[in-house]
Design a protein around this ligand. Structure first.
Ligand code: AKB
Length: 355
């Protein structure tokens, strides 16, 4: 279905060139200071990425220098080997108090209501996704903080070239999640250019992990399939075979968050946001890979039309050469290596009676 969109390639090419030349022409102004990341705040720390980003940052920068916050008190307690606070990131007053209390210089804004959940409640998705970002940017502006905010493949839409999606191209998403992500990219670039706030971002593909489950995303199947392979040796997929999407294993996703924020700013032509990918596959390919380790594994399909529509509007595979050139992006895990690790870790959880 997605391939049909490529028939308007000639038209897209002209448009892409215009977008690209506009983005490269702008001269970034020097921002207030080189980011040193001494005291880091992770907002939305209990989520899929945050829960693995926090331990990684704490190992690197010291437990006391990484403050974990989440709206959910239980999720905060899981991150209690360093400072942690309950925070609703849309509450600007409380957010500011925490930034001042811990003398924060870097904010990782990991708050997100994902694509599938977003379609069920678009107003809430806008309120949460944009509210957390707006507070992060305004507080960063007043307190000289750098800000990392993830964007997503969801920032692209049905008119985007689906194969080898360029770094700078047409972005007309048709989900509220995507609308928030494009708006967020533009707003973050604006704060950089207008106020000198050191804003940086990556467009994450589907993230696969074995610590915290994702919730409400279109790409969640690629996590669930591993759990079901271990527990029941079968899985019913809600996306069609042939639905190719970019994906990434969590260790690479965490590395991207840290490496981009540590990157030499003089090398960054882009900021918000970089295409990054590690692999692109469809459900059949992941099923085949699992079968190499669990030969009896069975994959069947029951399509969720709403998720399928979202997946069909996203790229099959992105070109992430700008990230590779500008800050050395280089993922370690491909589908085969990720599958071995996922199955091992989930089997361990099962053996301990955790799942
Ligand atoms: C989702 O599926 O909504 C997310 C994403 C690709 O941003 N995992």
């Amino acid at each position: 279905m997605k391939y049909k969109k490529l028939t308007c390639k000639r038209f897209l090419k002209t448009k892409e060139k215009a977008v690209l030349s506009r983005s490269l022409k702008h001269k970034p102004i020097a921002y207030k200071k080189i980011n040193k990341m001494k005291n880091i705040l992770v907002v939305g720390a209990g989520g899929q990425i945050g829960s693995e980003l926090v331990p990684n940052l704490r190992e690197k920068y010291g437990n006391d220098h990484v403050v974990a916050t989440d709206i959910d008190e239980c999720k905060c307690k899981n991150l209690s080997d360093g400072p942690h606070e309950v925070l609703d990131a849309t509450d600007g007053k409380h957010f500011l108090e925490i930034v001042k209390k811990y003398k924060i210089d870097t904010i990782y804004n990991m708050v997100a209501l994902l694509s599938a959940t977003g379609e069920k409640n678009p107003e809430l998705a806008w309120k949460i996704n944009m509210g957390a970002l707006e507070n992060s940017l305004n507080i960063a502006k007043e307190n000289n903080c750098a800000v990392f905010t993830p964007s997503s493949i969801g920032a692209f839409g049905p008119t985007t070239p689906a194969n080898n999606t360029p770094q700078d191209t047409i972005m007309q998403p048709n989900t509220i999640y995507g609308v928030c992500k494009v708006s967020g990219e533009l707003l973050s670039n604006y704060y950089y250019e207008r106020y000198g706030v050191d804003t940086r971002s990556v467009r994450f593909p589907g993230i696969i992990s074995n610590v915290t489950l994702p919730g409400g995303g279109t790409t969640d199947y690629a996590v669930e399939i591993y759990y079901e392979a271990i527990k029941n040796q079968k899985y019913t997929c809600n996306l069609k075979k042939g639905t190719f999407l970019d994906m990434m294993y969590m260790p690479d996703a965490v590395k991207a968050c840290v490496d981009l924020m540590e990157a030499d700013p003089s090398k960054l032509i882009h900021r918000n946001s970089f295409n990054i990918s590690a692999m692109s596959f469809d459900p059949e390919m992941i099923g085949d890979e699992i079968r190499k380790h669990i030969p009896e594994f069975k994959l069947k399909y029951e399509i969720d039309e709403s998720k399928q529509k979202i997946a069909d509007s996203w790229p099959n595979s992105m070109d992430d050469s700008a990230a590779r050139e500008e800050w050395g992006w280089n993922p370690e895990y491909n589908l085969a290596a990720m599958t071995i690790d996922m199955l091992e870790k989930i089997q361990e959880k099962k053996d301990k009676g955790l799942i």
